[in-house]
Ligand binder design. Structure first.
Ligand SMILES: CC(C)(COP(=O)(O)OP(=O)(O)OC[C@H]1O[C@@H](n2cnc3c(N)ncnc32)[C@H](O)[C@@H]1OP(=O)(O)O)[C@@H](O)C(=O)NCCC(=O)NCCS
Length: 219
């Protein structure tokens, strides 16, 4: 809702509630691509809990990029030379403990990151140390889709090197700005992006209202 138009909210909410009553989804879900604290409070007052929230972050690719400093002994596997399966190994180790880890098969995971036209294989690769894959990055045009580092190799600057290399590759293709999404409940991810100079440029979220028999009656 645009700032200054908040007086329209009761009418808008009434219209939304009528649609929800017709469709009777369980639970009722609201997806906001431009979430604000005020919007979260409005939905909370209508009984909706914020169940998923992520920040959009951006980073200019103009100007000098820092040199890429790989941990000693790092080799790079390109996407068309074995990176997908090596990256899946790292993905499982890196993301297994994240809330909502989906437990996808390798093909489901690869599909989730590469099926859209935006996928950029030339800026997607896996880092290997002594034949062991230990970090990966998957990119789209102007997007960092996913980065993961094996828990045994963290705080060695590997994510920094992966992202800096991906930024350099995107810039070489004439891309001026890169974006990414990071979940609000991921302090290590947020700290990494802030450390690398990315800035918040938006928020998105999903709100849900459980449908109880009482609530159904009142809709
Ligand atoms: C987030 C992640 C990729 C960081 O990888 P990493 O190789 O450990 O990151 P780096 O070593 O390059 O860290 C760079 C800086 O980010 C910050 N940072 C990284 N992890 C941090 C943590 N757990 N706590 C606080 N700050 C952290 C620090 O400033 C760090 O610099 P420092 O070590 O000199 O203090 C890794 O923790 C990971 O794979 N997490 C699970 C998957 C994930 O959340 N991916 C990102 C999704 S958006």
């Amino acid at each position: 809702m645009l700032q200054g138009e908040e007086h329209l909210w009761p009418e808008q909410l009434e219209w939304i509630e009528e649609r929800i009553a017709e469709a009777a989804p369980t639970p009722a879900q609201i997806v906001s691509e431009n979430l604000t604290d005020a919007e979260t409070r409005r939905w909370a007052a209508a009984g909706y809990d914020l169940v998923f929230e992520e920040l959009a972050m951006e980073c200019s690719l103009a100007g000098d990029l820092p040199p890429v400093r790989w941990p000693p002994g790092t080799a790079i596997l390109e996407w068309d030379a074995g990176a997908p399966s090596a990256s899946f190994e790292v993905y499982q180790a890196a993301f297994r403990s994240r809330p909502g880890f989906p437990g996808w098969s390798q093909s489901e995971w690869i599909d989730s990151l590469t099926s859209e036209e935006i996928f950029l294989p030339s800026a997607s690769f896996c880092a290997v140390h002594d034949a062991k894959p230990f970090g990966f990055v998957v990119c789209g045009t102007g997007w960092i889709g996913q980065v993961g580092v094996d828990p045994g190799y963290r705080r060695m600057g590997l994510a920094t090197a992966l992202v800096t290399e991906a930024r350099a590759r995107m810039r070489a293709l004439g891309i001026g700005v890169a974006y990414l999404h990071v979940n609000r409940n991921n302090p290590a991810g947020l700290a990494t992006w802030q450390h690398l100079g990315w800035r918040e440029c938006g928020r998105r979220g999903r709100l849900e209202r459980a449908v109880t028999s009482d609530a159904t009656d009142t809709i």
